[in-house]
Write a protein that binds this ligand. Structure first.
Ligand code: SAM
Length: 268
C-alpha cells in the first residue's frame, strides 16, 4: 500500500516549470532558496569532484546555524523528537532487542540514535557520519541524556567502505534520510560493503526519496530514486531488498527499503 499521492511521486523538482510554479505558490521561500543555491554553488565549486567533501561543507554550514535543522529541515525541537521517536518505534515494532548490535549510518546529532543507545546494551551502538560538526552535536546529545555508560562508538567517516568494522557483526544497520542526500555512487559503495558487516539474519533499513517519474536531484542535496533502481543495485551486490509498506502509513515523506542477505531473511 503506497500512500504517497501520485502527483508528488511523479513530480520532477529539478525542472524550471516546477520551480516557477513552486515560487508562485510560496513567494516567501524564493529568497531563502536563492541564498541556498548560491551557497551550494560555491561549495560545489570548492569541492568539485567530491560529493562527500561538498556535503560535509553543507552540514558544517547548516549545523552552525541550527543542529536540529541540519538533520531535518525544520528547526523545531518537537519535530526533532518526533522523527527520532518514529524511527525508534518502527524498529522496536519490527523486533529490535537490547541485545541487537546496531550500526547507524549518517547518525547526525542522534535524533533517533540517543533512543537506540538508551535501549541497547552498552557497546551495542555504532554511529558514523561524514560530518565532524554534527558528531560534536551528537556528543552533546549523549551528555544531555546521560548515556555515557552505554559506551556508544561515534566516529567520522569519509566513505562508506565500512572497512574498520568487523565481519558479520551488526544485526541491524539503519540509515534514515541519508540516501535522500546521496548520489547513486555513494549508495552503490554502501551496498557493496554492507553485506560484509551484516550478521546472518541481520538487515539494513534505509529511507530514500521515491519518485515514480524520472530520477533527478536538486542542488546536489536532494536525490529522488525509483524503487526498482535501488532494488537492482542491492541485487548487484548479492543482497535482496524489500519495500516496507507499513512505513508508508507513517507521517514521513520518504519511503523505506529493507536489505538483507538472500535466504529466509528477517521477518518484516
Ligand atoms: C538529514 S540528516 C539525518 C540524520 C539522522 N539519520 C537522523 O535521522 O536524524 C543526514 C545525515 O547523514 C549524514 N550523511 C550524509 N551522507 C553521508 C554518507 N555518505 N555517509 C555517512 N553520513 C552521511 C549527514 O552528515 C547528516 O548527518
Amino acid at each position: 500500500m503506497h500512500k504517497t499521492p501520485a502527483p508528488r511521486l511523479s513530480r520532477n523538482r529539478s525542472r524550471l516549470a516546477h520551480k516557477v510554479r513552486y515560487a508562485l505558490r510560496h513567494p516567501q521561500r524564493v529568497l531563502p532558496y536563492l541564498r541556498r543555491a548560491g551557497r551550494d554553488g560555491w561549495f560545489r565549486f570548492r569541492h568539485r569532484g567530491s560529493h562527500i567533501a561538498y556535503y560535509r561543507a553543507v552540514m558544517a554550514s547548516d549545523t552552525a546555524r541550527s543542529p536540529a535543522a541540519a538533520v531535518g529541515g525544520a528547526p523545531s525541537h518537537d519535530r526533532w523528537l518526533a522523527i527520532g521517536q518514529l524511527q525508534y518505534d518502527y524498529l522496536v515494532r519490527h523486533g529490535l532487542k537490547p541485545q541487537d548490535r546496531m550500526l547507524e549510518i549518517g547518525c547526525g546529532n542522534l535524533r533517533a540514535g540517543w533512543r537506540f543507545i538508551e535501549y541497547l546494551e552498552p557497546g551495542h551502538y555504532v554511529g558514523i557520519d561524514i560530518s565532524p560538526d554534527i558528531l560534536i552535536e551528537a556528543k552533546k546529545t549523549l551528555v544531555h541524556y546521560g548515556l555515557q555508560d552505554k559506551m556508544p562508538y561515534l566516529t567520522p567517516v569519509d566513505n562508506l567502505k565500512l572497512d574498520f568494522l568487523p565481519d558479520a557483526w551488526f544485526t541491524v544497520v539503519h540509515a534514515h534520510s541519508v540516501f535522500s542526500h546521496s548520489p547513486l555512487e555513494v549508495i552503490d559503495e554502501c551496498l557493496s560493503h554492507v553485506g560484509r558487516v551484516l550478521a546472518p539474519g541481520g538487515f539494513f533499513d534505509f529511507t530514500y526519496d521515491r519518485t515514480e517519474g524520472s530520477e533527478h536531484q536538486v542542488l546536489g542535496e536532494d536525490f529522488y530514486y525509483r524503487t526498482e533502481t535501488l532494488i537492482r543495485l542491492a541485487e548487484k551486490h548479492g543482497l535482496v531488498a524489500g519495500f516496507m509498506d507499513d512505513w508508508e502509513r507513517l507521517p514521513h515523506g520518504q519511503s523505506k527499503l529493507r536489505v538483507s542477505h538472500p535466504g529466509p531473511g528477517p521477518a518484516t
